[in-house]
Design a protein around this ligand. Structure first.
Ligand SMILES: Nc1ncnc2c1ncn2[C@@H]1O[C@H](COP(=O)(O)OP(=O)(O)OP(=O)(O)O)[C@@H](O)[C@H]1O
Ligand SMILES: [Mg+2]
Length: 220
């Protein structure tokens, strides 16, 4: 087989990004139209409105990733509210619960403005909560506790699902490490990379049969 030329890959990235962008716009436009009609008809179901907001937010994250693919992402991080973004991320990740019985306990004690790319920050939290959901077989609990202290905004995400074996705990941030049949092993690697590029970090605090906890620290 002939090796694929760099220019061919470049073109392919450009064309695929273009098509993805077109369809992001279609989904975004129609979800806004649905929202407008629901508001006009006085439909006030908060779960439906929350779902539409989550779709818009996810489309923004997809869009950021497509821009990254073209290496022209020049978005300067703007100041965002720590508590609001953390709470929005929890809502986004609930899409992965499906038919499991998972109790969410979310408590963000205080807040602060943080200078970080919001889409990247949110996609890290979504990755961690998605893993937490996947570690719970049928029934369990996920807690998201936030606090601002000592010049840092700290978010701890815990679950009581199946733990990470002790001999694997130093491998989980490696690119491609996965213990799942359909996993790619990119989630935690991307989280660490995104956060480290923005004055922030993520670590596994503990993982045992009672609890697994990840901690995100954003320096102020
Ligand atoms: N909350 C958790 N509880 C138990 N194990 C976890 C947890 N989070 C991560 N892991 C372990 O770390 C591994 C790497 O996680 P990572 O998110 O990087 O990849 P993945 O979930 O396997 O695949 P994907 O690329 O789809 O995210 C997982 O396969 C799992 O073994
Ligand atoms: Mg994952």
């Amino acid at each position: 087989m002939q090796p694929v030329k760099t220019s061919e890959i470049d073109n392919k990235i450009r064309f695929v990004s273009h098509e993805i962008r077109n369809h992001i716009s279609v989904c975004d436009m129609y979800s806004q139209i649905i929202k407008k009609y629901l508001e006009k008809d006085g439909y006030k179901n908060p779960s439906v409105l929350n779902a539409l907001n989550c779709i818009s937010q996810s489309l923004q994250i997809i869009s950021m990733n497509v821009t990254d693919l073209k290496s022209v992402n020049v978005n300067e991080p703007v100041e965002i509210d720590f508590k609001t973004s953390a709470e929005k991320s929890v809502e986004l990740s609930k899409a992965y619960v499906e038919d499991k019985d998972i109790e969410f306990d979310v408590f963000i004690k205080n807040t602060v403005k943080i200078k970080i790319d919001e889409n990247r920050f949110m996609s890290c939290i979504v990755n961690i909560i998605k893993n937490a959901i996947e570690s719970i077989e049928i029934r369990g609990k996920i807690s998201v506790i936030g606090e601002v202290r000592d010049n840092c905004a700290v978010l701890k995400i815990s679950n009581n699902g199946k733990p990470v074996p002790i001999d694997k705990q130093n491998k989980i941030f490696d690119c491609g490490y996965t213990s799942k049949q359909s996993g790619s092993g990119y989630g935690l690697y991307i989280c660490k990379k995104y956060l480290n590029s923005q004055n922030a970090d993520i670590e596994l605090v503990k993982s045992n049969k009672n609890e697994t906890t990840f901690k995100i620290t954003v320096s102020l």
